[in-house]
Design a protein around this ligand. Structure first.
Ligand code: NCD
Ligand code: ZN
Ligand code: ZN
Length: 429
């Protein structure tokens, strides 16, 4: 199979460490077929998929259901197992069953999975640390935001900004700092999902300086939108954690430059049109589609000189490959070649059109957003899954579980002395 790539760039395919494909359980929002088709069209060759489905991916039985659904995938995938208070005795069976990483919901979000108390998180970290798999964190403090949301509701707030006010940065700062301490104590590897505020950068930098194996991602919406967008977008922009003020956005860009933030992931969180467009902010579902819009949005930033193409590839491909054990190559264990590639056209001008996305829950605050630069061909293990900006429908089911080729290095030893110092030395901003 050949394409003419003259005048184009050939990049490694993007690895999106944070997508929700909703199946099993919420197939009106997305399925593995539609979500992975969206990935293929977005230049994404591997996704890591989240456990807040129904049933949640917290037992080997639930994992088997998800792996069955994922057989429809166009792109390769890793599955996150749930790390919750009620399934600590299932974590090793989940590893046995083929999860690629774990996810812990420290704060409430879509799916309403309970947030484990700190004691359970510590035990979960201890168990997973023995096996080296990375634990991704929805790092928000459940208690702080529950109290604030109750107060804002009682005050009758029906302002999209109330969602932002219910989740001030301290909600995330507290959780990032706590998770870093637990990771340092146990030797667990962790990944901080959807960094949205400048304030989280301090505990992240401090943990990295102490040698904690901690990686972090931000998402296009935190880099490209700010609180002025709530007026127009209203409930459509509702996402956990919230899009914040410009000052946070500026600090996130600085953290992209100084590499405190390792990755750009999408938090692809599709919901139906009705679920996203509500008069009352508190009843709109949180999150929006993203796996297909990341590359055109971020390549446009590359064009504008805010990020080099090399840094873009590091953040969307190299860093997630290293963090989740897929580096340096796929090797011989999966069929096909190692070629996970995307051909991009930096001259391609268009605007994001939610009507053209493959995702079922295609509502996005980026609808009509102009872009310059886009993926045009995507290849997964030597096979085209998108060609000339069209989905190769025969490639449905080509995707494989990357767990088979994952190589996580041996767990790091814990260092109690520096942990204690860190706890004593930590002071908020
Ligand atoms: C995500 C979802 O809908 O699954 N929603 C969101 O607002 N980000 C859950 C999550 O990542 O917190
Ligand atoms: Zn989350
Ligand atoms: Zn998410």
């Amino acid at each position: 199979e050949t394409v003419d790539a003259s005048g184009k760039y050939v990049l490694p395919g993007a690895i999106d460490a944070h997508v929700h494909f909703r199946e099993p359980g919420y197939v009106h929002k997305e399925t593995w077929e539609t979500g992975s088709a969206s990935a293929a069209m977005g230049g994404v060759t591997t996704v890591f998929e989240m456990p807040n489905t129904n049933p949640p991916t917290g037992t080997p039985e639930a994992l088997a259901l998800k792996l069955k659904a994922a057989e429809a995938s166009y792109v390769d995938f890793g599955i996150y197992g749930l790390l919750g208070e009620d399934n600590l005795d299932q974590l090793e069976a989940l590893i046995e069953g083929g999860v690629a990483a774990f996810k812990c919901f420290m704060g409430n979000t879509f799916g309403n999975l309970p947030s484990p108390p700190t004691g359970a998180i510590l035990e979960g970290f201890e168990i997973v640390a023995k096996h080296g798999y990375r634990i991704a964190l929805h790092a928000e403090n459940a208690s702080i935001m529950a109290r604030r949301q109750t107060k804002l509701r009682e005050a009758g707030r029906n302002d999209p900004l109330a969602h932002l006010h219910a989740r001030p940065p301290v909600v995330a700062v507290e959780a990032v700092a706590r998770a870093a301490i637990l990771a340092e104590w146990t030797g667990a590897r962790i990944h901080v999902l959807h960094v949205s505020s400048g304030d989280e950068l301090r505990p992240l930098r401090e943990a990295k300086a102490r040698g904690v194996d901690i990686t972090a991602e931000t998402c296009p919406h935190y880099l490209l939108l700010d609180e002025t967008a709530y007026t127009d977008k209203k409930s459509l922009i509702r996402v956990n954690p919230p899009v914040r003020e410009k000052t946070h956005q500026n600090q996130l860009w600085a953290a992209v430059q100084d590499r405190t933030i390792d990755m750009i992931a999408t938090d692809h969180a599709p919901h139906s049109h009705e679920e996203k467009h509500r008069d009352e902010i508190w009843v709109a579902d949180c999150g929006f589609t993203g796996v297909e819009t990341q590359m055109p949005l971020m390549l446009s930033q590359v064009r504008e000189g805010r990020l080099s193409l090399t840094d873009y590839v590091r953040m969307t491909s190299l860093a997630p490959a290293k963090a989740f054990g897929l580096y340096p190559r796929k090797g011989a264990l999966l069929p096909g070649s190692d070629a996970d590639l995307v051909v991009i056209d930096m001259e391609h001008e268009a605007s994001i059109d939610s009507g053209l996305l493959q995702s079922k829950g295609a509502s996005t605050p980026f609808h009509a957003h102009p872009i310059k630069g886009a993926p045009i061909h995507t290849m997964v293990r030597g096979r085209f899954v998108m060609r000339d900006q069209a989905l190769v429908t025969e490639a449905k089911g080509h995707g494989k579980n990357v767990r088979r080729i994952q190589q996580m290095p041996a767990p790091a030893p814990r260092n109690v002395e520096t942990t204690t110092q860190a706890i004593l030395a930590y002071r908020p901003g």
